[in-house]
Design a protein around this ligand. Sequence first.
Ligand SMILES: Cc1cc2nc3c(=O)[nH]c(=O)nc-3n(C[C@H](O)[C@H](O)[C@H](O)COP(=O)(O)OP(=O)(O)OC[C@H]3O[C@@H](n4cnc5c(N)ncnc54)[C@H](O)[C@@H]3O)c2cc1C
Length: 282
Amino acid sequence: MDTTRVAVIGAGVIGLSTAVCISESIPQCSIDVISDKFTPDTTSDVAAGILIPHVYPENPVHLQKQWFQETFDRLFAIANSSEAIDAGIHLISGLRGSGGQVHIRKVEDLWEFYGSYDIVINCSGLGSRELLGDLQLFPVRGQVLKVQAPWVKHFIRDEEGLTYIYPGTFDVTLGGTRQKDDWNLSPDPQNSREILARCQTLEPSLQGAWGIKEKVGLRPSRPGVRLQKEILVQDGHRLPVVHNYGHGSGGFCVHWGTALQAVQLVKELITTLKISTSKAKL
Ligand SMILES: Cc1cc2nc3c(=O)[nH]c(=O)nc-3n(C[C@H](O)[C@H](O)[C@H](O)COP(=O)(O)OP(=O)(O)OC[C@H]3O[C@@H](n4cnc5c(N)ncnc54)[C@H](O)[C@@H]3O)c2cc1C
């Protein structure tokens, strides 16, 4: 097997970073991204993308530290490079630059990929609840406001992290809410009023903010990130899968570290596939 055909499900920060990481680390892979939603319509588009460590009770602490450190190092390197201004589009352009294809569609069953791909990488976030029946996954709804306030140059955050003001490249994110098991993707006007009032108390100059847009995202929460390889078996057929989902409130903080670990799992599967292919030839 010269080329390993890889399908990545999901085009949020986790799917795209995993796809780019595989293409950078394992050149013999051809990678397609299949997703029902792309930017600007994913949960990842709602996040302010602040790097504050988030706790995953079911993942070993040393791994969480490693994911965070690797992600921080990667982003720090990008921030200090000529790519810094394009960092927001870095992932998708990196993938296309290496010949990857993107397909817009909803995946109903992982077996749809059998025969067309050698390995499936599942980065479908909250979608894994329906796709795999993973009932450990639950939404934590987050509503934020994106406003124009170019004079705000520093972030402000209260102690619990529920009220925050994060200046970004194009706007300032005002937050927020954390509503467990709430699936409502429509902005709630009452939430918006409260967010604005709380943020204006922290930073009164926000009374002059304009261009207010309401955004809602559902954090794909789980007691632990699922980073695991699995070989599905059906009617004597085998479908190798790597799962990388359930990043909850911290997907941006650990995306590159978890992508690197997913790459390791892909390498292990490729070794297994090569062994089974050569056995079949004997
Ligand atoms: C308000 C808010 C603020 C946040 N702030 C931060 C922050 O400051 N720092 C931080 O680290 N994190 C933050 N987060 C969390 C972060 O946004 C998530 O951890 C991250 O976006 C998860 O990325 P993901 O790629 O797993 O999920 P998503 O971005 O949801 O991507 C999942 C992808 O899978 C696709 N998909 C799902 N099911 C299927 C299917 N069956 N078939 C095809 N495609 C499918 C979707 O279309 C989507 O493209 C915040 C989240 C919210 C809501």
